[in-house]
Unconditional design. Structure first.
Lengths: 251, 318, 278
């Protein structure tokens, strides 16, 4: 089974890296109080998982991500569609989008705090703002890239604007939209963690920073491992959804 | 008549002297937070005290970040200004640090340069009034958090019933105005901005002064490793730095000082002129540090005792 | 015109006339967008001047402009932008080179693909800010750390796109190469590389904005120079006007970088137009 073989290789290489890490620590090549070996991180990880203390921070981080991401996707697709179908709206909004896009969103925190305060609302807005752009731009690109022949056919058949959007434009641009949503997912996760590091008192990002500040290095790495698993898990989930949504797309 | 032998000897002596002088031009990398507390460092640089000892200082700033002790341990710099609580926490975790100079001390100062601020009109007078409310601190598990809790306890409240929120200093006033927090433990220049705006804000208390009047808030540390290998350099450093402290203490209203402070904090000179500067200590007092460490223990921040004398440079004590 | 330009770049020539007409219209209608921005800035100015919004962190827009003017004149803004750019480009270059290298290698060799790609997937899905605290413990807080973080952010998109480009290669091209007896290296150089170029540059373009963002973020968390550090220190010095001035310069720099990249990309791809896949 080539599939199994592939996964087997993957697992082996991960184990190999862990082994190398362990050996490097044992050999004394790194300062163990700064980089503990996996054998010391594993007990800390086990403690966090077994005690269930991972649930609350995980829930908080994922919660903020989910809300911000959903807002970003809905707004991104909606705006992308609108801008893609209406030249006027495109002209109106494109400069604004291009101006805000290159600004690293954490640079906007002081302004956002003035208007939205320091709570979850501000952080969710920041996540949504950052995740908005990949979806928006990809949707735009997808809509604009729809084959004009299809559009002409729709017109000939007498489809209304709404019908054209629903039956032709949306399905045709779906692959691009999904690419944008996938990029937005990673971006959203990065921003949730960042927001938690810069202005929060809970969540995985905050924990990692807090543990580093109080030099509890082993739990810190344990949480990073949890975060890595979360990132991978989200990606796998996304791929599963993607496969269902666009099964006709050749891999 | 100069013989070949004599010339050779002279060349040899000249070379040795040159090498010796070059070797003594030591570089010390110092990490600092751009607050007025570290002004003596820049006074000493500006007035040439370090240069007179043959030292070149390379200062690098870090603003409220994850840097600091981790950077010190990673060897990114040799000396850093940090707060006492953070140092003790690191020491507890097994990081071997050495206190090499005194930093900031809350002397009996008639004017406050930091404190708990609340909105004008809210009746918050004691720790009890803060129960069920939210207090902003810059970082949890830091000295500000510790003393906020200690003050609440001392003034009749239960710190466990108070919610503490981490808010960066520049955002504290906004959060206070927006009613997301009820009080904030602020430092300059933000503290100054708050208390001079009597229409919107009121001073509730000065926790440092009320809990431990002689508290040592900040100090300069290095690693025990660096200390062991560079004793001579640190002696010279200490001498030059102390001269900086003395000049600073003697010239608190000097416009030259405004220039220096404006230079490294990037604050506008007119803002600097408005701030009340406080005297800074020349020596470390182990007794007051011990009191703070006990406070840390009482608040569950550390569990074991810390041998303060073993981690402090004797030169910093006298 | 970044979005519009990026749209047209990859399209079939059959759509070109439609695009050109749209261009003309767009040039006119973008005026409304500029007016919108101007109105928003006016709102900013009035809200601060009239006291609708009171905060040290909400200065008048005119004050921001003054600060920007002073900052540019004194060279302060140029200096911090320069520092950020230097780090950004260093991290970008390393990230791109590694991304292309790994993309090409893993795309063509199955064993390497199976062994190394899972590790790359883990790195890709782990948010980079989470790695900063442990990295500080090793790399300290100077340029090495920041360049490393930038590289970590640049690598995934370049890799993914290059890899995808290699995997999407037409089998016939590779068979032809083998028929002609081309060596492995020559195949790579003469067939694979030119054919994957569009995918590569797409990845590099995405990575460009990521590089700038990570450069600034790295400086905000552990900086001593550069824009990110300036943003933080202006906050602590209660100089919000200078801070916003720097944000505007940052936006302008990001926009310019994108434009320059598009021009370069068009030039490079134009040259390889004949070998492009569709």
């Amino acid at each position: 089974m080539p599939e199994l073989g592939r996964k087997g290789f993957g697992l082996l290489s991960i184990l190999g890296v862990l082994l190398l890490w362990e050996l490097i620590c044992r050999a004394g090549l790194v300062n163990v109080s700064l980089l503990p070996p996996p054998s010391q991180i594993a007990p800390a990880l086990w403690k966090i998982l077994a005690s269930g203390s991972f649930l609350v921070p995980l829930g908080q981080t994922l919660g903020m991500l989910l809300i911000g991401y959903t807002i970003a996707c809905v707004a991104g697709v909606a705006l992308g569609l609108l801008m893609g179908c209406s030249d006027y709206l495109y002209g109106l909004l494109e400069p604004l989008v291009e101006v805000i896009r290159p600004i690293p969103k954490p640079a906007l925190i002081p302004a956002m705090v003035v208007f939205l305060g320091i709570g979850a609302g501000m952080k969710i807005t920041m996540v949504a703002l950052a995740a908005l752009f990949p979806v928006l731009i990809n949707t735009l690109q997808g809509v604009r890239g729809v084959d004009p022949v299809l559009l002409a056919t729709a017109r000939t058949l007498g489809c209304s604007r709404l019908e054209t959007i629903r039956k032709i434009i949306l399905p045709a641009s779906l692959p691009m939209v999904l690419i944008g949503m996938r990029v937005s997912l990673s971006m959203g996760l990065v921003l949730v963690i960042l927001a938690e590091m810069l202005a929060a008192e809970s969540g995985i990002g905050f924990l990692i920073l807090d543990l580093q500040r109080s030099f509890q290095v082993r739990p810190m790495y344990a949480w990073i491992a949890i975060l890595a698993a979360v990132g991978l898990g989200l990606n796998v989930l996304f791929e599963m959804v993607e496969d269902r949504a666009v099964p006709w797309r050749a891999k | 008549m100069l013989s070949m032998k004599k010339i050779n000897r002279m060349v040899l002596i000249a070379t040795f002297t040159a090498l010796a002088t070059a070797a003594s031009a030591q570089t010390v990398r110092v990490n600092y937070i751009p607050i007025t507390d570290v002004t003596p460092l820049f006074v000493a640089i500006d007035k040439g005290y370090f240069a007179a000892e043959g030292l070149t200082i390379v200062p690098t700033p870090s603003v409220g970040g994850a840097a600091g002790v981790p950077g010190l341990m990673a060897g990114a710099f040799d000396v850093m200004y940090g707060n006492v609580v953070s140092t003790m926490l690191a020491q507890q975790q097994g990081f071997k640090l050495e206190v090499i100079a005194a930093g900031t001390k809350q002397f009996e100062n008639p004017v406050n340069t930091n404190g708990l601020v609340a909105r004008q009109g809210d009746s918050i007078k004691t720790g009890k009034d803060l129960e069920g409310k939210t207090v902003a601190v810059n970082t949890r598990n830091g000295i500000i958090w510790l003393f906020a809790r200690a003050w609440i306890a001392k003034s009749g409240g239960d710190p466990a019933k108070v919610t503490f929120k981490e808010v960066p200093f520049p955002q504290m006033l906004d959060a206070l105005r927006g009613k997301q927090i009820d009080a904030a433990f602020m430092v300059n220049p933000f503290f100054n901005a708050a208390v001079t705006d009597a229409k919107d804000f009121q001073l509730v208390a000065a926790p440092y002064r009320e809990v431990q009047p002689d508290v040592e808030v900040g100090h300069y540390i290095s690693t025990q490793d660096y200390f062991a290998k560079n004793k001579e350099t640190l002696v010279k450093y200490g001498r030059a730095f102390r001269k900086g402290v003395q000049w600073y203490n003697a010239n608190l209203r000097d416009p030259d000082l405004v220039r220096i402070i404006s230079g490294f904090t990037k604050m506008q000179p007119d803002l600097v002129a408005k701030l009340d500067l406080q005297r800074l200590p020349e020596v470390v007092n182990l007794g007051s540090v011990a009191t703070t460490v006990k406070l840390m223990k009482d608040n569950g921040m550390i569990t074991d005792d810390i041998d303060l004398a073993a981690m402090t440079d004797p030169n910093a004590l006298k | 015109m970044t979005i519009a330009a990026s749209l047209t770049r990859g399209e079939l020539t059959a759509k070109a006339p439609v695009r050109r007409m749209l261009f003309g219209e767009l040039a006119r209608t973008r005026l409304s967008g500029a007016i919108l921005i101007a109105l928003l800035l006016l709102l900013w100015e009035v809200s601060a001047a009239r006291g609708w919004i009171v905060s040290d962190n909400w200065p008048r827009f005119s004050a921001v402009l003054v600060a920007a003017y002073r900052g540019l004149l004194s060279g302060e803004l140029a200096e911090i932008l320069g520092a950020t750019m230097y780090r950004m480009l260093a991290g970008y270059a390393v990230g791109c080179i590694l991304g292309v290298l790994f993309g090409l290698l893993l795309g063509s060799n199955r064993i390497l693909d199976w062994t190394i790609r899972p590790l790359i997937e883990i790195q890709r899905t782990l948010p980079s800010p989470a790695i900063i605290p442990p990295l500080i413990l090793f790399l300290g807080v100077d340029d090495t750390l920041k360049i490393f973080i930038i590289m970590l952010a640049v690598f995934p998109p370049v890799f993914v796109n290059t890899y995808g480009g290699v995997r999407g290669l037409d089998e016939t091209l590779l068979l032809t190469a083998r028929t002609f007896g081309l060596s492995r290296f020559d195949t790579l150089r003469k067939i694979v590389l030119p054919a994957t170029l569009p995918a590569m540059t797409a990845g590099m373009r995405i990575a460009l904005s990521l590089a700038l963002i990570m450069a600034v973020i790295g400086e905000m968390i552990s900086g001593a120079s550069g824009v990110g550090n300036y943003l933080m220190s202006m906050q602590y010095a209660m100089r919000a006007d200078s801070m916003y001035a720097a944000v505007i310069c940052l936006a302008a720099a990001g926009y310019l970088l994108n434009r320059i990249f598009l021009v370069l990309e068009r030039a490079v791809l134009h040259w390889h137009h004949s070998t492009r896949m569709e």
